[in-house]
Design a protein around this ligand. Structure first.
Ligand code: PBG
Length: 325
């Protein structure tokens, strides 16, 4: 007679039959670098998260390493912005100098991914170059390639374009290859939706568009097959890892991309997902730790191989303690 409860009787057997296994190795922590010195600025929209200037970034990296997290994705907050996002690709700009500083101190102890986009660096806050108030796809491509190359020249281990321009993976791949960096992988934000869940990030990075929104380049959340289309394009253009973003409201998309492609799948549990759990916990409405554990496992169960999350350190601790994984 079938009794499902036999394999749920105690922790030993429950752990034995777990279908989803987690590893700290798959976690990436998003880190905000701000131009200037002696900065550790709290991001009010994301309680517990900070922006660091390069001279203090070792504080957070040491903390990551203590928790067993050795991968970060860098975002830059420049001191000044202009219409063509000069501070995104200048060799002495915030991300480039931050990478050099981190690599000088830590070398290969820390794996650096960089977010390649223009929205934090343009005065209009859009992810590309404008022509008549519209982001011009093909005008933007050389800029994205220039940004990616400047990150790699500074020492980045992997680049992650998040702009959603068509053809950017191919353009970046060719540019890196021609410069002798054919061994640097590209993690594509392949299925990136136009999402309200990015709200707190735009506060953190000061990157809200000054007019309009991003729906002309980020995806419409009504669409599921389009995520496969985008993922297959990026795979064909040479992406090494495909990302789905956000994560929690897009678990079906994670599963689709996993089933329909052969590349590792990353999921980005974005700022709004973090802030919702954090603030609900603070308000006493939910158990923050348990909610974090459950939602994290759901993302892996959906098919994610890699997770970008502001909870990376707490999740690593939960895995260490055996609460999940
Ligand atoms: C840059 C970028 C964004 C995020 C990652 N890269 C913001 C956006 O597209 O508006 C969002 C990350 C988060 O919300 O945690 N384009």
């Amino acid at each position: 007679m079938n009794r499902g409860r036999r394999t749920r009787r105690n922790d030993n057997v429950r752990r034995m039959v777990r279908e989803t296994r987690l590893s700290k190795d798959s976690l990436i922590y998003p880190l905000f670098l701000e131009e200037g010195s002696d900065i550790k600025a709290h991001i009010d929209a994301m309680p517990g998260q900070y922006r660091y200037s390069p001279d203090r970034v070792h504080e957070i990296i040491d903390k990551c390493l203590d928790h067993g997290i050795n991968k970060v994705i860098l975002f830059g907050i420049p001191a000044c912005k202009d219409s063509v996002g000069t501070q995104a690709y200048d060799e002495d700009a915030i991300v480039q100098s931050g990478i050099r500083k981190i690599k000088e101190e830590y070398g290969d102890e820390i794996y650096i991914v960089t977010d390649v986009c223009m929205c934090e660096y343009t005065d209009h806050g859009h992810c590309g170059i404008l022509k008549d108030k519209e982001v011009d796809n093909d005008l933007t491509l050389p800029y994205l390639a220039k940004i990616a190359l400047s990150h790699v020249e500074a020492g980045a281990d992997m680049v992650a374009p998040s702009d959603m321009m068509d053809g950017r993976i191919e353009k970046i791949r060719r540019t890196l290859d021609e410069a002798g960096y054919s061994n640097i992988p590209i993690m594509s934000y392949a299925a990136k939706y136009a999402s309200a869940f990015y709200g707190p990030f735009r506060d953190a990075a000061g990157s809200a568009p000054s007019f309009g929104d991003r729906r002309a380049y980020q995806m419409d959340y009504h669409n599921r097959r389009e995520a496969i289309k985008e993922s297959l394009f990026d795979a064909a253009e040479g992406a090494d890892i495909l990302m789905v973003k956000p994560a929690l409201s897009y678990l079906d998309i994670i599963r689709d991309v996993k089933d329909r492609t052969n590349l590792p799948v990353a999921a980005y549990s974005v700022s709004g997902e973090y802030s919702m759990i954090k603030n609900a916990g603070k308000a006493g409405l939910l158990d923050e730790y348990k909610t974090m554990c459950e939602s994290t496992v759901s993302i892996y169960r959906a098919g994610a191989d890699i997770l970008l999350t502001y909870y990376a350190m707490e999740i690593a601790d939960a895995i260490q303690k055996g609460d999940i994984g």
